[in-house]
Design a protein. Structure first.
Lengths: 525, 331
């Protein structure tokens, strides 16, 4: 447990992604089975205990500590797990905790009535850092800023295997992942997992460079579709079982029962999850509301029903059709849709076009009239290749919207950028005042960052902790994909994917954009 | 009342640690939230006076009167005696006696012996005015040797990186250096400019700190594997860019809260405090046998609540000029 506690602490406190990966890699390489497998489960959030819950821990502590003092402490610390770990009285006699594996076994096998005594004695035995890790383990809320993907990346790095290969088997694995580690160590074949619930890594597109790419590409070799503004999903229909995965392989089925309960057949499909009635996509905001909920509410199911706009097929029945050309896969998909009538799936239409100018016009029209994000261009002869292969799929986004906004606040960055003011909040005019519309921390070069940092320091009005308010006189040309109404911002506007397009050192703040200018963008989306 | 809630001793018209200039002030120790410049007459320990003169200039008060620890000073019919508080060099508790009434104002204090400060002595009293910087039961300080061990282990494990240790310039910096020396670390320790004068003063006053060098005119690569002591504000700011891939460390009692260390971008938090933790506050209150406790400087509410649970009369003092800065100020 000591080793695991050290790992957790390092992951919580080191800002560097690479250093986190190195620490994980070392851990998985050095720690034996089955401890490392259980650690992986804890880190990826795959482990929960039936009887050990935050409320139980709180009860155990309140048997030791005055409730008023506990409440004052919780109020100060702000994190229940950490409050418990810090407030548990030191009794002086400490000894090593059981191994991670044994601890998990204890949590799972101890009867509900005996659990409080067990946990209290473990808390007393533990050193400060182990106590913190123990509480994190028991409550399941790590809050250490680690994604499951980073843990998988470390596994890939440790073994030299491809991240995609790991993601492919991930969802069929069972704790404590002995077959996974045996394979990663080169001692066994890749685990053979249940195909019917398996995630297959997605094929991704590259942005098109209008000037360089288009001239070289023959429009006759490509097909085009709208670029839908939802989330990319993979629907795995196992002939009775249904799994729904996000693009990174997270299982999101419980949030979308309206899809999962109403689809059938045997296939693996690739498409865009959207919400809206009668296959009319609503705004991304509506979808966001549903994504925020782990379990869908009755109101959401009624007002924002979900559907999938399908654009590709990976398995037709049990047959892997990924090696086939896109044209053949598309024909298979269309035939499958006819043979398997669906109420929650429809096809992404193929857009007819003559040449690139023709498609460019269509793309503009789609953006202006329907708020489409752009078009996808797919090589007709391309197989389905996981990852981001070059030359097969392109995204051709509509030109970004831009607004001239005034820098209002700057905040220090993290890691390498921690001595630089690199996160910028900017706003537009509303009458005589400037109201914030968004925040961005990229789009500029390292050289520009140095200049911006210097500017911020020279033009600070006041500082609040890591945040500086600056004189309202530097203008950014901010690019963004779309704008939406928002109740969360004072301006009533929220930008999607804002980035600093240009720094307008020359432009006076008085000529920056206004909230009225923003209304046009909100209306268009 | 011998002492009022502004720590004013009416009988002799003297204030303890006043935040605005007064005709007569008794100063417990040299930190800025206790020692201010501009008083008419200052009574303090010789070390505290030396610190005040170094920080604020020779003429930062009209007159200075030095009072050694344990020596009673009779002013009219009030007796003032200073006892070591163990917080920083020269830090004192003030015992005020009048007609059998005993009042102790602790100033800031810690119980654990530390060779950069005179060791705390317990003084029994009727009324205790105690600080409460770490006045919540979540504060249970580990032994500083353990924390210094973690720093040295990190230095060994990262020989290509510099370790920047954020410390307040007065007290914490010298204590951390002394702890490093006592743990056998005898390599040069580099100092931010803000540390130089006070480290030199500690040495002059008889606290040896070993080989100290300004972190100036040294090539970046030469800082690999070295320890650098700097004010907390500098370790993440522009100044830190001169060091190779620095590990940001901070030595403070606040660092026990990991979420807090994360927010402050501290990679290696060192829980080294110059104040009592929760257990020591309670222990001290009990041992002084005080019937009445006034709580100031920190998280008063929890400690007042605890005292009342123990059957003591207790109340918080909301002294003007002291702001709860959540740990960003001097400790």
């Amino acid at each position: 447990m000591k080793r695991f506690a050290q790992l957790l602490e390092l992951l919580a406190l080191t800002p560097s992604r690479n250093r986190k990966i190195t620490a994980l890699t070392q851990y998985f390489a050095e720690v034996p089975d089955p401890d490392r497998g259980f650690a992986l489960a804890v880190l990826t959030g795959a482990l929960t205990f039936r009887n050990v819950k935050p409320a139980l821990l709180k009860d155990i502590v309140l048997a030791e500590v005055d409730p008023t003092l506990f409440a004052m402490s919780y109020d100060y610390v702000g994190d229940l797990g950490e409050t418990i770990a810090l407030i548990w009285p030191h009794h002086g006699e400490q000894s090593d905790l059981p191994s991670l594996t044994d601890l998990i076994e204890l949590f799972n096998t101890t009867s509900k009535s005996e659990l409080p005594k067990l946990i209290a004695s473990l808390l007393t035995r533990a050193g400060i850092n182990e106590r913190w890790a123990l509480v994190k383990l028991a409550t399941g809320a790590l809050r250490i800023g680690l994604s499951a993907r980073l843990a998988k990346t470390a596994l890939a790095e440790m073994s030299g295997k491809d991240l995609q290969e790991i993601e492919e088997v991930w969802h069929g694995l069972k704790l404590p992942y002995l077959d996974l580690f045996a394979w990663l160590d080169g001692k066994a074949e890749r685990p053979d997992i249940d195909q019917s619930a398996r995630f297959h890594p997605l094929m991704l597109s590259n942005p098109i460079d209008e000037e360089k790419d288009l001239a070289k590409l023959d429009p006759a070799d490509f097909s085009a579709e709208w670029k839908w503004d939802g989330i990319r999903v993979q629907l795995v229909l196992g002939g009775g079982t249904v799994s729904l995965f996000s693009r990174t392989g997270d299982d999101i089925a419980t949030a979308f029962p309206d899809i999962v309960d109403n689809v059938s057949g045997l296939a693996v499909l690739d498409g865009e999850l959207l919400v809206g009635k009668n296959f009319e996509p609503g705004s991304f905001n509506d979808l966001q509301q549903r994504l925020n909920k782990k379990v869908a509410s009755a109101k959401h199911l009624k007002e924002s029903p979900a559907f999938i706009r399908v654009y590709d097929m990976l398995f037709d029945g049990r047959e892997d059709v990924r090696p086939l050309e896109w044209t053949q896969r598309r024909a298979r998909l269309e035939a499958w849709m006819v043979a398997n009538p669906q109420t929650r799936l429809d096809l992404s239409e193929v857009l007819p076009f003559g040449d690139w100018d023709n498609l460019a016009k269509l793309r503009r029209q789609g953006a202006d009239e329907h708020g489409h994000e752009g078009v996808m261009i797919k090589l007709r002869s391309s197989p389905y290749v996981p990852g981001r292969p070059k030359g097969f799929w392109f995204k051709w986004k509509r030109d970004p919207n831009v607004v001239d906004a005034v820098l209002m606040y700057a905040q220090r960055g993290h890691g390498k950028r921690s001595s630089f003011y690199s996160d910028y909040t900017f706003g537009v005019w509303k009458g005589n005042e400037i109201v914030p519309i968004g925040k961005a921390y990229f789009g500029f070069t390292d050289e520009e960052l140095k200049l911006l940092d210097k500017w911020v320091r020279a033009n600070t009005i006041q500082a609040f902790g890591p945040v500086r308010e600056v004189k309202k006189k530097l203008v950014f040309e901010v690019a963004f994909d779309s704008a939406q109404q928002s109740t969360r911002h004072k301006s009533g506007v929220a930008l999607r994917f804002p980035r600093i397009n240009r720094i307008r050192w020359d432009k006076p703040a008085s000529e920056a954009g206004t909230l009225e200018d923003m209304a046009v963008f909100v209306a268009a989306s | 009342m011998l002492l009022d809630r502004n720590l004013h001793i009416r009988a002799i018209d003297a204030f303890i640690d006043p935040s605005t200039p007064k005709a007569r002030a008794i100063v417990t120790h040299g930190h800025a939230d206790h020692a201010r410049s501009g008083h008419g007459a200052v009574l303090a320990t010789p070390d505290t006076i030396a610190i005040m003169k170094t920080r604020y200039g020779e003429d930062c008060a009209g007159t200075f009167e030095a009072l050694e620890f344990g020596v009673p000073l009779l002013i009219d019919d009030v007796t003032i005696t200073l006892y070591p508080a163990g917080h920083i060099l020269g830090s004192a508790q003030v015992l005020v006696e009048h007609k059998g009434q005993r009042v102790v104002v602790t100033g800031d204090y810690k119980r654990l012996p530390d060779r950069t400060a005179q060791t705390f002595e317990l003084v029994e009293c009727n009324l205790l005015v105690t600080e409460a910087t770490f006045g919540l039961p979540v504060f249970q300080h580990p032994h500083p040797k353990v924390e210094i061990g973690r720093l040295l282990a990190s230095v060994r494990a990262n020989p290509e990186r510099a370790h920047l240790v954020g410390c307040y310039a007065l007290g914490k910096a010298q204590r951390v250096i002394a702890l490093l020396r006592d743990a056998g670390y005898d390599a040069p320790i580099y100092l931010h400019g803000a540390m130089l004068r006070l480290c030199a003063l500690y040495e002059e006053l008889g606290v040896p700190l070993g080989d100290l060098r300004p972190a100036l005119d040294v090539p970046k690569a030469a800082f690999a594997g070295q320890i650098v002591i700097a004010p907390p504000s500098a370790i993440r700011d522009r100044w830190s860019r001169r060091f190779p891939d620095p590990v940001t460390c901070q030595a403070s009692g606040w660092m026990s809260v990991k979420q807090r260390a994360r927010q402050a971008l501290v990679e290696l938090p060192l829980v080294i405090s110059d104040h009592c933790d929760w257990g020591e506050l309670g222990q001290t209150i009990r041992e002084t046998k005080a019937e009445t406790v006034w709580v100031t400087h920190g998280r008063e509410d929890a400690l007042v609540y605890w005292c009342q649970q123990q059957g003591l009369t207790a109340e918080p003092l909301n002294i003007q000029g002291f702001e709860d800065d959540g740990g960003e100020g001097e400790e």
